[in-house]
Design a protein around this ligand. Structure first.
Ligand code: ADP
Ligand SMILES: N[C@@H](CCOP(=O)(O)O)C(=O)O
Length: 330
């Protein structure tokens, strides 16, 4: 393919007890255009990616080269353009989406020489959290492990009534920092607590037993240690189910808080206000977003000569949205 456009979903990892094991793709996306070129150029569109390098140290570029290496081809020069709605370093899997997007784009450019499983192995090796990369790659809900040698995953179809409310604080928290506060060893009772709760959560999600989520979505392995890094988190974890959440967790390594909600609930406004107000009382301003699980994982489609470049296409898309809103009279 001469040029490809990749669409890759954000992800939320852990879902509470499934530390490094459970992930869900969300309908918040990053887009990457990629083509083989005479000279490497990397264009980052929007303020979102301030500070990300635009030379050959860029993650998208380096990951694409890994695909070429593994496939035994050489394409050292690339055109890359990227736009993302996924906030960086907030626990919504921006790094995983960049890795998975780059893998899918580079693989499409060379006629999909690598299998999905090969992409999953590379992604898990790089990110080290198969919950994030598995969700961005396969979509839906992913149950996964990575043992340092191999990653395995099974994808579950999310219940159609599942909605997701995220409260994204206006500060960044790197995964590295949020992992550094965790103990190296845990007590047997905490291990058993998480084993039973994450197993129950998978069963609840697999069978659509939404009422069980509030019992299952509890964690003793990482959230207690991370809570001091996020003012308001402990209160949200303790009380969100009293305000209409099916379950609540830290999204990935944080600082975003995530609530699972029944789409038919009439308490959505109450829950959103509770999350915002709890964080505000602790001096944290946060943006709330209503999301859905993304059933689809990463996609890569071929672009023709007639297709607009990424910046032009984004303008067209927003014009369509504005036109749709005007037609609705809002
Ligand atoms: N498109 C991208 N290009 C290059 N690096 C990226 C991109 N997206 C994310 N990253 C890197 O990933 C880091 C964030 O990863 P991480 O701390 O795991 O948080 P999260 O994945 O939850 O957003 C960013 O600070 C940046 O270094
Ligand atoms: N399981 C990892 C997930 C990190 O996710 P991110 O979206 O914050 O990068 C962890 O909890 O450390």
């Amino acid at each position: 393919m001469a040029k490809v456009r990749v669409k890759v979903p954000a992800s939320t990892a852990n879902l509470g007890p499934g530390f490094d094991a459970l992930g869900m793709a969300l309908n918040l996306y990053a887009y990457i255009d990629m083509a083989i070129a005479d000279k490497t150029t990397i264009q980052l569109i929007g303020d979102q990616m301030n500070g990300i390098p635009t030379d050959k140290s860029n993650l998208i570029y380096t990951v694409a080269q890994m695909v070429f290496d593994q496939a035994g081809v050489s394409h050292p020069e690339l055109y890359i353009a990227m736009y993302s709605d996924i906030p960086l370093t907030r626990g919504l899997g921006s790094s995983a989406s960049a890795i998975v997007g780059a893998l899918a784009g580079a693989n499409a450019l060379i006629g999909n020489k690598l299998t999905q499983d090969e992409l999953f192995q590379i992604a898990s090796r790089l990110e080290k959290h198969p919950d994030n990369v598995g969700a961005s790659l396969f979509g839906g809900i992913v149950v996964a492990f990575w043992d340092g040698l191999r990653a395995e995953a099974i994808r579950l179809e999310p219940d159609q009534n599942l909605e997701v409310l995220v409260a994204i604080p206006d500060f960044q928290l790197s995964t590295e920092k949020a992992r550094s506060v965790m103990p190296k060893e845990v007590a047997m009772k905490d291990a058993v607590f998480n084993l039973s709760h994450s197993s129950l959560l998978v069963a609840a999600l697999a069978t659509g037993n939404l009422g069980m989520i509030r019992h299952a979505m509890k964690d003793a392995l990482h959230q207690p240690y991370r809570a001091p890094l996020i003012p308001g988190m402990a209160t949200i974890l303790a009380q969100a189910d009293q305000h209409g959440a099916l379950g609540v967790a830290l999204s990935g390594a944080g600082p975003t808080m995530l609530a699972l909600v029944d789409a038919r609930s009439d308490r959505k406004e109450e829950l959103e206000a509770f999350l915002k107000e709890t964080l505000r009382r602790e001096g944290v301003s946060a943006q709330t977003l209503w999301l859905k699980p993304s059933g689809e994982g990463v996609t890569a489609k071929a672009l023709g000569e007639e297709d607009a470049d990424l910046a032009g296409w984004l303008d067209q898309v927003s014009e369509v949205l504005i036109a749709e809103e005007s037609a609705k009279g809002v």
